[in-house]
Design a binder for this molecule. Structure first.
Ligand code: HEC
Length: 171
């Protein structure tokens, strides 16, 4: 094969490959369609919103320091429920699940829920004492208060929340 003949067939091969590339490119365009614009301003905003830090600490200005911005972030709100809402609900739940059996109707000498006269002398003992009596149980003048109202699956905090709930509604 002469150089010329080689060059001719080589050029032909290159030409064929270029043509094939063009054909494949056209087919790809037809199958895949035009790629959509990757990032719009709205997308960028949404991304920034998702990856923004949950907390921000401001130093040296008059603005208050916000350690964790819970309220503006629904995910954080779900993980860390607002401090004010939780104990009130917990106390009510525990009361309705356990304590109401005796305290709801004033059964077996238990001070009745909402009975101010029955609760006043007990409240006078101080909330700490009431917490302890409710957690450890005690034998009083009117009856027997079982430890944790007889429901040992309750945590101390649960019982204290229930005491706070009862006391809050009985004074
Ligand atoms: C089996 C009945 C019973 C259940 C259930 C019960 N209690 Fe009581 N509780 C009593 C009785 C009876 C007394 C009063 C005892 C006395 O003073 O003689 C009492 C008293 C108390 C007092 C007053 C303590 C004091 O020092 O005067 C608190 C507070 C209290 N209960 C909290 C609770 C809580 C919280 C629960 C639920 C977790 C609960 N109780 C469930 C029977 C019960």
């Amino acid at each position: 094969m002469t150089d010329r003949a080689f060059f001719k067939s080589f050029a032909g091969l290159i030409g064929a490959l270029v043509a094939l590339t063009v054909v494949i490119f056209i087919i790809a365009q037809m199958v895949g369609g035009k790629p959509s614009k990757v990032e719009t301003t709205a997308d960028a905003k949404a991304v920034a919103e998702r990856i923004k830090p949950v907390g921000e600490v401001t130093v040296g200005t008059a603005e208050p320091v916000r350690a964790v911005e819970v309220s503006s972030n629904p995910v954080m709100e779900a993980i860390i429920p607002s401090a004010q809402a939780a104990p009130a609900d917990k106390g009510k739940t525990v009361y309705e699940g356990t304590c109401v059996a005796c305290h709801g109707g004033g059964i077996a000498g238990a001070p009745k829920f909402g009975d101010k006269a029955a609760w006043a002398p007990r409240i006078a003992l101080g909330i700490k004492t009431l917490h302890q009596q409710a957690i450890k149980g005690f034998q009083g003048k009117t009856g027997m208060m079982p430890p944790k109202g007889g429901n040992m699956s309750l945590s101390d905090a649960d019982v204290m929340a229930a005491v706070d709930y009862m006391v809050g509604h009985s004074k």
